[in-house]
Design a protein around this ligand. Sequence first.
Ligand SMILES: Cc1cc2nc3c(=O)[nH]c(=O)nc-3n(C[C@H](O)[C@H](O)[C@H](O)COP(=O)(O)OP(=O)(O)OC[C@H]3O[C@@H](n4cnc5c(N)ncnc54)[C@H](O)[C@@H]3O)c2cc1C
Length: 486
Amino acid sequence: MSRKQVFQFLDLPRTMPQRIPLELRTSGDWGEMYGRFALPEAQHQAGRCLDCGNPYCSWKCPVHNAIPQWLQLVQENRIEEAAALCHTTNPLPEMCGRVCPQDRLCEGACTLEEFGAVTIGAVEKYIVDTALEKGWRPDLSEVQATGKRVAVVGAGPAGLACADVLARNGIQAVVFDRYEQIGGLMQFGIPSFKLEKSIVARRRDVLEGMGVQFHLGVEIGRDLPLEQLLEEYDAVFLGTGAYRYTDGGLQGQDLKGVLPALPFLVQNGRIVGGNDPWGRPIAGWEDTIALPDMAGKRVVVLGGGDTGMDCVRSAIRLGAAKVTCAYRRDEANMPGSAREVANAREEGVRFLFNRQPVLIEGDADDQVIGVQVVETRLGEPDERGRQSAVPIEGSHSLLEADVVIIAFGFSPTVPDWLAAQGVEGTPNGRIIAGGGALGDNGRLPFQTTHPKIFAGGDAVRGADLVVTAVAEGRDAASSIALMLNS
Ligand SMILES: Cc1cc2nc3c(=O)[nH]c(=O)nc-3n(C[C@H](O)[C@H](O)[C@H](O)COP(=O)(O)OP(=O)(O)OC[C@H]3O[C@@H](n4cnc5c(N)ncnc54)[C@H](O)[C@@H]3O)c2cc1C
């Protein structure tokens, strides 16, 4: 390799695909914000990879994508081979290319980070979109059918990843979801400016082409008992997600104009984002919420995770005059992706760090008028290693607001119909599964306390990421295949 090629990362800066102009984004454009590379751009960015021999990017990726290898294939314009390689570690690479917090994962671990990391996520999106548009599909022609059948409950990333690996092992995967569309939170939680819903629909076609069957609009434990699945299938996988809303117990949270984050995003997605129809209100909120008109309003979002970022950016697109995100720790400790924070800032969102809400204030008509916050400093690390937020006495102030959106996060629950089958959970509602986030406990990875039932994704690890749900769904499928084939 010539010296020029080795140091091309100095001449060719890191670039992202073109973005929808700011003025469109701030005036109600809900299209995906990032465009797609053309081949020369993808090749330039792929060519910046140093092939450093110790690909920390792959190690840091929860599914251990073969990143340097598929970047090399892009340079050689072997896009379909690159897509096939992407699919060996990840059944949803086009989703992860769009929504992964790459700055914390592969790109954050890129040797070139100091000079501008390789734009791994954007190249991944380029590879998979291009190959699928050209008609490339995963090749399962060599797969021998085993005659085994597995019921997958939940068509979110964990369930879809599990179904993909089962299909590749010759096991018939039948996926059930209570909603009419696949994707879980990728379909109805994540707004279309991050992930357009036609992308999720296309993945359904790909999976169906691989032989995966979908039974949508069927809620297990309500429309169909789990016992029936246990009788009719060789194993069951649960990828049911985390939907218990973290209740901050704030005084005033029932005032008019105070909204919980997920129903807000879901309802808004139905109206503007092409997320409809899935036929049923989201679980836990049996009625759709009435969305207040945000045009010209002051909106305060409480919480600094991905959900909070989606809320602030949605409020901007809905015409809010002033959008503020209040977060109780500092910026470095914010759980939301740094890229999303930067995008939100660019779109005009104001961030107030080290502010903890104390109560929500209303007027005589029970209409919200603002959030009382107290300033904080960082204290001792909590049980998850994150520094706690310690309120500073006498530092209270009022953030005036016409609309307040609460985005404190979610946790899973073990429903009664599951507990009745002997599936145990932790006190905070996570399904106990072998070898997962809860450590080795003598069971196969992701096998629950019922030998025929496996689980993964947010239901096991608590609310996290698409890519970690994918990783667990895949690993659970490998365990199921091991059990059924031995
Ligand atoms: C607003 C928001 C934004 C996010 N943004 C990002 C992001 O940018 N990047 C990122 O990586 N992650 C993001 N996440 C997190 C990510 O979406 C989740 O971690 C991921 O979707 C979890 O996957 P899962 O398959 O475990 O569960 P889910 O995606 O929640 O899917 C679970 C599925 O199970 C179905 N289900 C549940 N119970 C039953 C039942 N009894 N019968 C039938 N079906 C059932 C549900 O309908 C649902 O479709 C975001 C989350 C939210 C809420």
